[in-house]
Design a protein around this ligand. Structure first.
Ligand code: F6P
Length: 316
C-alpha cells in the first residue's frame, strides 16, 4: 500500500517520533510511505516526497515537525479537497495518516468522503482531544511550563511577588492543571475551574499577612488579561504581582520520553490498523493501551473534567 503522512495545525513535540514510526513500521510491513509537506497545504500543492528509513533517522529527539505544518484555510473549500484527493490518487496513495488536533481530524473526515483511507493521530500540546487520555506533545509542554514556574518562583520569592503564568490550551485547562500541580501553584484557573476572584484576593492577602514571600497563579489563555489581573492582585490583595505569558515557547523543544513513546506507539498502531483494513478512525491511549474510535465520536467532543481537579484544592 502507498500511505501518506502529514502533520497539521499547531506543531507538538513528538510529532517527528510519530512520523518516524509510520515510516519505519510501514516499510517493515512492505508499504511505501510519502511525507506530505506543510499539512493539508502540501496535499493541495502536490508537495510530497517518498520517505525512506534513512529520512527519519535522528528525528526522535527533534522538536517541531520536520514535514512542516499549517492551518490551511483552503482545505475548507471542497474544490481544494478534490484537487488534494486527485494528487493522492495519481500517485496511487490510498491511505493517509493525519497527525494533529480537532481541525486536522475534521480535514481527515472530509477527505475520507473522497475515498481516501484515513487514520488520525492526536498531536497537540493542548490535550484537548476526546477519546484519548493524552495527546502527543502534552507531556513535553507540561515539562516546559513546570520549568518556567520553578524559575518564576525563584524570582518571585526574591522580590516577595505573586507570579501570574499564562499557559496555552485553548478551551482545555490540562496544561495549566498538570503544570500548576507540578509547580505547586497556589491557584489554578482554567475553563473547567473558573476564577473566583474575590476568594483569590482574600487568600492571597492572607498569604501575604502570614509572611509568605511568593505565590503562583497559573491560568489558561483567553480567560482574562493576565497583566490586568496582576494589577488587580497588586491593588486588592496587597501582593505585588507580575504576569508572564509563556506563549510559543511551550510548543518547542525536544520531546520528553513519554511523547517519544506515545508517538512511536501511535505511529506503529496506525500502520497496523491499515494492515487490518481499519480506517476512518483516530487513535488514542486509554489506561496505557492503544485504542481507536471513529472520527465522528471524537471530533467536536469535549473531554470529561480531569480527575486531577480533585487534587487542586487539597494540595495548593
Ligand atoms: O493548538 C495548539 C495551540 O498551541 C493552542 O494552545 C493555541 O491557542 C494555538 O495553538 C495557537 O495557534 P497559532 O499557532 O495558530 O497561533
Amino acid at each position: 500500500m502507498k500511505i501518506g503522512v502529514l502533520t497539521s495545525g499547531g506543531d507538538a513535540p513528538g510529532m517527528n517520533a510519530a512520523i518516524r514510526a509510520v515510516v519505519r513500521a510501514g516499510i517493515l510491513y512492505g508499504h511505501k510511505i510519502y511525507g506530505i509537506k506543510d499539512g493539508y497545504a502540501g496535499l493541495i500543492n502536490d508537495d510530497m516526497i517518498l520517505l525512506t528509513s534513512h529520512s527519519v533517522s535522528g528525528m526522535l529527539s527533534k522538536g517541531g515537525t520536520f514535514l512542516g505544518t499549517s492551518r490551511s484555510s483552503e482545505f475548507f473549500e471542497e474544490a481544494s479537497r478534490i484537487v488534494a484527493a486527485e494528487n493522492l490518487k495519481k500517485r496511487g496513495i490510498e491511505a493517509l495518516v493525519a497527525i494533529g488536533g480537532d481541525g486536522t481530524y475534521r480535514g481527515a473526515m472530509e477527505i475520507a468522503k473522497l475515498g481516501v483511507k484515513t487514520i488520525g493521530l492526536p498531536g497537540t500540546i493542548d490535550n484537548d482531544i476526546a477519546g484519548t487520555d493524552f495527546t502527543i506533545g502534552f507531556h513535553t509542554a507540561v515539562e516546559t511550563i513546570v520549568d518556567a514556574i520553578d524559575k518564576l518562583r525563584d524570582t518571585s520569592n526574591s522580590h516577595q511577588r505573586c507570579s501570574i503564568v499564562e499557559t496555552m490550551g485553548r478551551k482545555c485547562g490540562d496544561l495549566a492543571l498538570f503544570a500548576g500541580i507540578c509547580g505547586g501553584a497556589e491557584f489554578i484557573i482554567t475553563p473547567e475551574n473558573p476564577m473566583e476572584k474575590e476568594l483569590m484576593f482574600k487568600r492571597l492577602k492572607e498569604h501575604k499577612e502570614q509572611g509568605r514571600r511568593h505565590a503562583i497563579v497559573v491560568i489558561t489563555e483567553k480567560i482574562t488579561d493576565p497583566f490586568a489581573l496582576a494589577q488587580e492582585i497588586t491593588e486588592k490583595a496587597g501582593f505585588a504581582s507580575r504576569a508572564t505569558v509563556l506563549g510559543y515557547i511551550q510548543r518547542g523543544g525536544s520531546p520528553c520520553p513519554e511523547d517519544r513513546i506515545l508517538g512511536s506507539r501511535m505511529g506503529t498502531y496506525a500502520v497496523e490498523l491499515l494492515n487490518d483494513g481499519i480506517y476512518g478512525v483516530c487513535v488514542g491511549v486509554r489506561d496505557s493501551r492503544m485504542v481507536y474510535l471513529p472520527f465522528a465520536n471524537v471530533v467536536g467532543q469535549s473531554r470529561p473534567k480531569n480527575e486531577m481537579y480533585k487534587l487542586v484544592k487539597k494540595v495548593s
